[in-house]
Design a protein around this ligand. Sequence first.
Ligand code: BTN
Length: 343
Amino acid sequence: MAVVFSGAIFLASSMSNSSVEVPPLELLQLLGDGKNHSGQELASLLNVSRTAIWKQLAKLEALGLELLSQSGKGYCLVGGLELLDKDIISRFLHKTASAAISELTLLTLTDSTNSYLMRQEHADGISVCFAEFQTAGRGRRGRQWVSPFASNIYLSLRLSISRGLGAVEGLSLAFGVAVVRALDELGVDHLKLKWPNDVLWSGKKLGGILIEVVGDPSGVCHLVVGLGLNLKSEKSMVQSIDQPWVSLDAILPVPPSRNHVAACLLNHIVPLLSNYEGNGFAGYQQEWEALNAHSNQLVDLYMGSVQATGLMRGVSSSGALLLETENGIEVFHGGEISLRARV
Ligand code: BTN
């Protein structure tokens, strides 16, 4: 496995135009303990002036972070932060995952990890990219994915498919199962999956999956599978996410380390992706059904201007949604369909 670590300085080509700047990582590491630090202390530790520190700290708000400044106490980064670290992630990785990863890239700043991997040259095996911050994180159906700095997981994986998209039907559902398995290992209970690809806890969104394709969808192509997983509730998220959501820090009494979460996700996701073209969805169907958030519930499906209503009767062996309407069981395949439960 080749490991690439890109600090901010190497990142010009990993993102489209953006004026967002990241303060020096040394400063973020000092503030990462979430405790108070005086301007004087930070200035002398980094061997710069207090004004230089103040200018760097002013950049934090644009990164979606909350800095408290109290006279007499100094500066405190609310909740602290833990930067991703390739050595720690690699240490937690199982051999099978590690062997299947051709490249593990950690970006400080990028437009979107999905876009980053879609721009890369073809590589054998699975390419993995995490970012600390996304200036243009993308969700399904053209939505923005709010991505405050070093707070959550922004992960994308790229792999080649030789037999066209038909051979990987149901992948986003199986991917959801792998994410639930990883979170289960981290002690998170009561998770559910919303067709086709939301990870829910108590009916609120904990994570989302976005799959994109490069190349010929009917033959040799490359899939980029992106996962956004909320670990920490930042003020910037509270202000801008317009649907019920939750983060791991609200679920677990002691939230796990980001690096541990990152490795645990890879340990479950990478083997799934390596074997999916051969195995398909059938082996995940039962587990997905057990996690189905809307089993036998009355739901509305939205497909552009078209809408269908019926009882959610689970999924087919290829991951298509089975909806019982007045016409009988109707089958809906993924794409730009969204599902809402009737309240
Ligand atoms: C959804 O709308 O539920 C899907 C969200 C997917 C977000 C992730 S974050 C990492 C990757 N990069 C992106 O720009 N989007 C995905």
